[in-house]
Design a protein around this ligand. Structure first.
Ligand code: NAD
Length: 357
């Protein structure tokens, strides 16, 4: 079996964590007697430096020809003052749109070994945390009209949050299918008391809920959801929400699990091809220092094997290997606890790869 994987290391800690991911994929390849054909591509800041554009056509084409795409992270201070459409993040939004990956799955799972690295009290964490946030990825305010005009005394700027019935329907159905395979509980998060787009979300989700009578559905305003995630995270199983709310809530959920460096993600559309990336950014403050936690990237590869490459056993191997390494007491700085063994990015990657067996 030969699978084509597009690699987009990106900027900051991106190349460091993707390198660890490749070590793990190589270990999987040796165990399962399959080959992964890697194609390294540029996107984000590095692409701006090399080609003048954050998302070269060549990158889009090569991604579309792959079985899956593994992305590190993009962005950095160097490119912060460029106009919006030329910033590294425009590459990120562009590749998601080009691949049509509208469903972003962000599981927030607390490894029992990291209980004390979580920012919540032990009693709140009792019984573990396992929340799946499903974020709409290629619509809403991040993709709506953006404009800035001069007005008397200054400027005025706006970003439009727009959703169509179709966009809400497809992600809602995806969320219900996932909820069915979990604890059969779906929470739709919106701001329907204020936003018209949220009122449409609520109508569409409640309309579809009748097709899934086995799944308990409830709706929650986003401000309440932000609070409830901290107060009682165990009440959630699957959360489905629009692009910006999902972006913010999933970063918040990462703190339940200890660190942004622990949260993977998978983005999928209608086909088999998916885009896999940690939820964190390029972490320029620790780039190049062997400090980044590669677990989010490595767990994203487990999701890639599961959802795009049909290699469930290998996905479970990776999850077990991460757990074993945490059992051994290895910790990167972001999840360091007293009495544990502080390791860098490289050593964490090596240890996880060695434990694929
Ligand atoms: P960030 O996620 O890069 O970093 C936030 C904090 O978390 C920093 O203190 C960082 O050191 C820490 N952190 C992040 N990943 C870590 C890891 N793997 N291990 C240990 N610590 C980690 O967010 P930011 O600082 O707001 O953004 C930095 C740049 O990344 C910006 O240019 C932003 O636009 C970009 N960004 C990119 C993506 C992406 O590529 N998907 C996502 C978010 C932000």
């Amino acid at each position: 079996m030969n699978k084509k994987i597009a690699l987009i290391p990106g900027d900051g800690v991106g190349p460091e964590i993707v390198k660890q991911g490749i070590k793990v994929l190589d270990a999987v390849s040796a165990k399962y007697n399959c080959t992964f054909e890697y194609k390294e591509l540029v996107m984000g800041g590095i692409a701006i430096d090399k080609t003048g554009h954050p998302l070269p056509e060549k990158t889009i084409k090569a991604c579309k020809e792959s079985d899956a795409v593994l992305l590190g992270a993009v962005g950095g201070w160097k490119w912060d003052n460029l106009p919006g459409h030329l910033r590294p993040e425009a590459g990120l939004l562009g590749i998601r749109k080009a691949l049509g990956v509208y469903a972003n799955l962000r599981p927030a799972i607390l490894f029992p070994q990291l209980k004390s690295a979580s920012f919540l009290r032990e009693d709140v964490l009792e019984g573990g945390i396992d929340v799946m946030i499903i974020r709409e990825l290629i619509g809403g305010i991040y993709f709506g009209e953006k404009k800035r005009v001069d007005i008397e005394g200054g400027e005025k700027a706006w970003d439009v949050m727009a959703y169509s019935t179709h966009e809400i329907e497809r992600i809602t159905r995806r969320a219900y299918e996932i909820a069915r395979k979990r604890s059969k509980k779906l929470t739709m998060v919106d701001k329907a008391n204020v936003l018209e787009s949220s009122r449409l979300w609520r109508e569409v989700v409640m309309g579809i809920s009748g097709e899934y009578p086995d799944v308990e559905t409830n709706c929650m305003y986003v401000d309440n959801a932000a609070m409830q995630l901290i107060r009682n995270p165990k009440q959630f199983d699957v959360i489905v929400t629009e692009n910006m709310f999902g972006d913010i809530l999933s970063d918040e959920a990462s703190m339940l699990t200890g660190s942004l460096g622990m949260l993977p993600s998978a983005s999928m559309g209608e086909g088999q091809i998916g885009l896999y990336e940690p939820i964190h950014g390029s972490a320029p403050d620790i780039a190049g220092q062997d400090k980044a936690n590669p677990i989010a990237a490595i767990m994203s590869i487990a999701m890639m094997l599961r959802y795009s490459l049909d290699m469930e056993a290998a996905a479970s191997d990776i999850e077990r290997a991460v757990s074993k390494v945490l059992d051994k007491g290895y910790r990167t700085a972001d999840i360091m606890q007293e009495g544990m063994d502080l390791v860098g990015t490289e050593r964490m990657g090596d240890s996880i790869a060695e434990n694929i067996c």
